[in-house]
Write a protein that binds this ligand. Structure first.
Ligand SMILES: [Zn+2]
Length: 436
């Protein structure tokens, strides 16, 4: 951005220009904004405008794992491109081909690759944080998934209502994703960036290390202990989930009581409920609204956690299935040693999979998911792609375009102009004066 900024209202009017239907001026009736299901044209001469409606554009949602975001950033970035090329011409060619297709489909309003808190968390510690962020925000087309903890809570609450009242509440993609799903996006993406504090960063690292240590210990135990069947590991994982939430809740309430009665020093941070405790609090509130006395609420919730409805929560089935597949591998001494990112990947897949049309994850996660899907009926329809079958993803993307309404490309050109669909491969090339 330049140093001076001239406030000319005509600057907001972009091509493609048409002749103005109000004053008749040629090539002056351009596009002012595009949002949702319509767009506005305004004349640069007489400044009169008109809104036009657009048909709904049912976008497919493709979730990209963080490793995909990194590769796409590397292939476009002048400083990293060479490193990728050293892995072979085919490697660089694939990632460039993927970016070009994704970018084209985004601009055709046929696809969004929503961003997630996993992208944010995993990009933060990277020295290339800014470029990674630009990449995932660009590909998101203004669609973002909620935090996994929120998705889990929504699903568990829906299951609780089913168990309690018999109501059929299904958590949909509209519930757990925010932004322009099925909307026509503006040419200019406006993103808000909240920079984390050092404290938040170190806490993030701490939580990551703690949960990683937990998973590593579990894998070690599976390796040592006598082998069991998949179904036994799966049951074990399911059984542990409910009591875990209850334990966290009990521990949190004890802490709050000790602080509010002055037994220990008050720490506002510790007063905030951890996610599982928050879930239990919401379930308690639901019971309170139905007149269940306070002293009976926790036992009622404990009863729910042992119910079939609680066991059937989508993310829980997927997560426990993948963990059971990992346990089988570990017992056969074939499990990969979990790294710090593994639990994040597992958590992300388990929570987002039911809300995607396709997902592109690493081979390790895709393997666990495949094994789990063969053994338990998991509630998802997404196509799963990984490095192993990545060429098929390109075909899947090509089909998106060929399946679109034949009139659609012409409409896109009418709204966005003719050069619009050129892939934005220069997005990470610094403009004059931008580099430090
Ligand atoms: Zn005019």
């Amino acid at each position: 951005m330049g140093t001076s900024f001239v406030l000319d209202p005509r600057a907001w009017i972009s091509p493609p220009y048409q002749s103005c239907p109000f004053c008749g001026e040629r090539e002056s009736y351009g596009v002012l904004m595009i949002n949702g299901r319509g767009y506005v044209r305004r004349c640069r001469s007489c400044m009169k405008d008109k809104r036009f409606s657009l048909p709904s554009t049912p976008k497919k949602l493709l979730y990209l794992d963080q490793f995909v975001i990194s590769k796409l950033m590397f292939v476009l970035h002048p400083d990293h491109r060479e490193r990728l090329r050293k892995q072979g011409d085919e490697e660089a060619a694939f990632w460039l081909a993927l970016f070009e297709r994704l970018d084209r489909l985004l601009k055709l309003q046929l696809l969004a690759c929503p961003d997630s808190t996993a992208h944010w968390e995993e990009s933060l510690p990277s020295p290339f944080n800014t470029d990674l962020r630009r990449m995932y925000e660009h590909l998101s087309a203004d669609v973002s998934y909620e935090h996994p903890a929120t998705i889990k809570r929504f699903q568990l609450h829906a299951a609780f209502l089913r168990w309690l009242d018999g109501t059929e509440k299904v958590v949909t993609v509209e519930d757990i994703a925010s932004g322009a799903i099925n909307h026509w996006t503006d040419r200019i993406q406006v993103t808000t960036r909240i920079e984390p504090t050092d404290e938040e960063l170190s806490e993030l690292r701490e939580v990551r290390e703690r949960t990683h240590a937990g998973l590593a210990a579990e894998v070690e135990r599976w390796r040592r202990e006598p082998r069991r069947r998949f179904s036994e590991y799966f049951e074990g994982q399911l059984l542990a989930a409910g009591p875990h939430d209850m334990r966290v809740y009990t521990k949190w309430t004890e802490t709050v009581v000790r602080m509010t009665t002055g037994v220990v020093q008050l720490d506002p941070e510790q007063m905030l409920p951890p996610n599982p405790a928050r879930t239990v609090t919401i379930l308690k509130r639901t019971l309170g609204e139905r007149g269940v006395p306070v002293d009976q609420q926790l036992s009622k919730i404990a009863e729910f956690f042992t119910s079939e409805d609680a066991r059937q929560v989508p993310w829980l089935q997927i997560a426990c299935g993948m963990l059971a597949a990992l346990a089988v591998k570990a017992s056969l001494q074939q499990a990969p040693s979990p790294d710090a990112g593994m639990l994040t990947d597992l958590n992300t897949v388990a929570t987002l999979l039911p809300y995607c049309d396709a997902i592109f994850i690493d081979n390790r996660c895709a393997d666990l998911l495949r094994e789990a899907t063969e053994r338990v009926p998991l509630d998802y329809e997404a196509s799963v792609f990984s490095t192993g079958n990545r060429e098929e993803l390109l075909d899947w993307l090509d089909e998106l375009e060929s399946a679109a309404d034949p009139e659609h490309p012409a409409l896109v050109e009418e709204v966005y102009g003719s050069g619009w669909q050129e892939p934005y491969t220069t997005m990470l090339v610094a403009k004059e004066g931008e580099r430090e």
